[in-house]
Design a protein around this ligand. Structure first.
Ligand SMILES: [Zn+2]
Length: 287
């Protein structure tokens, strides 16, 4: 059974650890993340971007696959199915499709419009028991064609959005989606601390978790970050393992071309990455 992400993130905040959001792209990804969460006895959030949702033929397909897989794999740890960087229309579509959590990313709207749309979606989502993540300010890098400038959110705007009854808040603190540039300045902990103080202890979300050094992750958790999004890192480890398999000519040996064999090293690589992140975030045995 899917749960919303509210309780698991409140527990994470109170217990000073973070729950990983791992974005999924297909069956192998989903199976790898779910099985690792169960093995690690960790709560988990499956993230679905609008692009990945389209790729998997729609949110209904995703919700049906995830629900069935949780049941058939006997997954008993808390699992939330969460829309990542949702538009207003996307958020509504996911509510209808049976997601247990949504992000409405109104960060590119003027703050008043972000407030209005977030307010409406919170009311609708909460009436269905679904948790809501909202975002203030833009987070750097590119995700599904959306480019941000690595901005740092304004604590007063964060408070305005947090006060709308949302369940957790994404706020830019110098983090970037995708690979970090060599000249990246690191996370802005001063900004994080101010946002944490201004928002009354609401669980905070760190996007762009790939490539942030472990000590910065730990410090961010100590300053109120309770959810960390990991996407690119699983893609990189999947691609590297798959390339190694093909470069070694294994797809040309026996039935090595069988997709169940061809995709296995990438599947194992995703599992290893997810395990490593759960250990770093401190969510092991917190289910
Ligand atoms: Zn993000």
């Amino acid at each position: 059974m899917l749960v919303n992400a509210t309780e698991m993130l409140q527990k994470a905040r109170d217990g000073h650890y973070a729950v990983g959001q791992f974005n999924i792209n297909n069956l192998e990804w989903t199976k790898a993340v779910l099985l690792t969460a169960q093995e690690m006895n960790s709560p988990v959030i499956l993230g679905v971007s609008e692009g990945a949702g389209k790729y998997m033929t729609g949110y209904k397909t995703v919700a049906a696959m995830v629900k069935a897989m949780v049941e058939t794999l006997n997954i008993t740890v808390p699992v939330a199915l969460h829309l990542d960087h949702g538009s207003y229309e996307g958020a509504k579509a996911c509510l209808e499709a049976g997601f247990s959590s949504i992000m409405f990313d109104g960060s590119h709207y003027p703050i008043d419009e972000n407030v209005a749309k977030t307010t409406e979606l919170v009311k609708l989502a909460h009436s269905m028991g679904v948790s809501v993540e909202a975002e203030v300010g833009s987070i750097g890098g590119e995700e599904d064609g959306v480019i941000g400038a690595g901005e740092v959110a304004d604590p007063a705007e964060c408070k305005r959005i947090a006060d709308l009854g949302i369940d957790f808040l994404a706020a830019g603190i110098g983090n970037i989606h995708g690979k970090y540039p060599a000249n990246w300045k690191g996370l802005d902990f001063d900004a994080l601390d101010k946002i944490h103080q201004a928002t009354g202890g609401i669980p905070l979300v760190l996007h762009g978790g790939t490539g942030i050094p472990a000590d910065m992750i730990k410090k961010a958790i100590s300053l109120g970050v309770s959810k960390i999004n990991v996407n690119t890192e699983c893609q990189l480890s999947f691609a590297a393992a798959t390339r190694e398999y093909i470069e070694a000519g294994k797809d040309q040996q026996g039935k090595g071309y069988d997709p169940r064999k061809l995709l296995l090293p990438g599947f194992e690589a995703i599992k290893a990455t997810v395990k490593e992140k759960m250990e770093l975030f401190g969510s092991v045995n917190k289910a």
